[in-house]
Design a protein around this ligand. Structure first.
Ligand code: KG4
Ligand code: ZN
Length: 355
């Protein structure tokens, strides 16, 4: 089964063609991503209107290139998948409408994919991970611990009460004048810094739930920076190192609770799966390895280019849903907000269709 996937929920325009074999294994035939970082850099963050316009400008060409690289014609694909949310609504409309047009003209099924579900299922494309597994999803917009029990069957165990981890990295970078996107820059600076020079809080540490809160950490960092301003290069490196270490400690504490909660409710997970842009951070990957080992399981972390937003994950999630007969009508609406728990699974969809 071959599916074209389209991603336009944030600041990456992406198109990919992925094959799902009958045995459930996946193969990426093409995977093109155009980052809009340069379009937004001057504003220190993503500007929704600029993002939507930039998607319009390049998406058609990227789809054509993705098909060309995959050496497939439209009549050879089995479905068209687009991220239908959650995300910046202007961009989501661009991607979903384009997918609908292709589906209509080529008479192919449409699969309206939840962007978070696509992150959640990527480890099955790269590593064929079996259900159930514990997902740690950390991106610019989301921080969640999720029990992934099947396609469309997601139970959220924990989430952030305020900022997402990636957002906290981005805001820290902005505060320290490191530019956008912040994650990779803060990580780079942290390599040269002394994490012990500043004492930053570990919000929520020790609580029985596994929710996150990052805004207190961000404020504490700002206060430390203000105390010693103007900042030298060494100050910036030390602040980055202290911030990253605090995040690593928070992730360790919260995720340890999440893995415990998973085991108590669903039994042993087949893996701890990392997803989202933050999982590209080496210090965070290291602690995830340790946590998985402690919990008697393994860490599965897709390569960085498949952890950040891409079209292959959308195509793959589309293929997983298509294989179960989960397709969507051409009047499906784009959704700015779309929690994972509201994604439907096969049994429910059957009931909805009958009812
Ligand atoms: O998943 P993603 O590409 O986009 C969405 O937010 O959906 O994640 C982007 C986020 C940004 O906030 C970025 O700063 C963060 O992931 N990020 C990192 C690193 N690389 C990307 N955060 C920490 N360390 C990194 N190396
Ligand atoms: Zn994402």
């Amino acid at each position: 089964m071959i599916v074209l996937g389209i991603e336009t929920t944030c600041d990456e325009t992406a198109a990919a063609v992925v094959e799902r074999q009958a045995n459930g294994r996946g193969r990426i035939l093409s995977n093109l991503v155009r980052s809009q970082i340069a379009d937004h850099a001057a504003f220190g963050g993503v500007v929704p209107e600029i993002a939507a316009r930039a998607h319009v400008e390049v998406l058609d060409l990227m789809i054509a290139r993705a098909m060309q690289e995959a050496e497939r014609e439209f009549h050879q694909i089995d479905g068209v998948a687009a991220a239908a949310g959650p995300g910046l609504i202007g961009g989501v409309i661009v991607g979903l409408t384009t997918a609908k047009a292709i589906a209509l003209v080529r008479e192919k099924p449409l699969i309206a994919v939840n962007h978070l579900e696509a992150h959640a299922l990527t480890a099955r494309l790269t590593d064929g991970v079996a259900f159930p597994y514990c997902l740690f999803l950390a991106s610019g917009g989301h921080t969640q611990i999720v029990a992934v029990r099947g396609v469309g069957d997601y139970i959220r165990l924990g989430t952030t009460l305020d900022d997402a981890i990636g957002e906290a990295f981005d805001k820290t970078a902005k505060l320290l004048g490191l530019g956008y996107p912040g994650g990779p820059r803060v990580e780079k600076e942290a390599q040269f810094g002394d994490a012990g020079r500043f004492s930053l809080p570990r919000p929520m540490a020790g609580r029985v739930d596994c929710d996150f809160s990052l805004s207190g950490l961000k404020t504490a960092l700002r206060l430390e920076a203000e105390k010693i301003a103007p900042l030298t290069d060494e100050d910036v490196a030390d602040l980055c190192a202290a911030f990253q270490q605090a995040v690593v400690d928070v992730v360790a504490d919260r995720l340890r609770g999440g893995l415990r909660m998973f085991r108590d409710t669903f039994g042993a997970p087949t893996a701890l799966v990392a997803a989202g842009g933050v999982a590209a951070n080496q210090a965070i990957r290291k602690i995830l390895h340790k946590l998985a080992f402690e919990a008697g399981t393994v860490l599965v972390a897709p390569p960085p280019e498949l952890c950040t937003d891409n079209g292959a994950m959308i195509a793959w999630a589309g293929a997983e849903r298509l294989a179960l007969g989960l397709t969507d009508a051409l009047d499906t609406s784009p959704r700015a907000r779309w929690p994972l728990a509201e994604v439907s699974k096969a049994a429910e969809r059957g009931a909805q269709d009958r009812g």
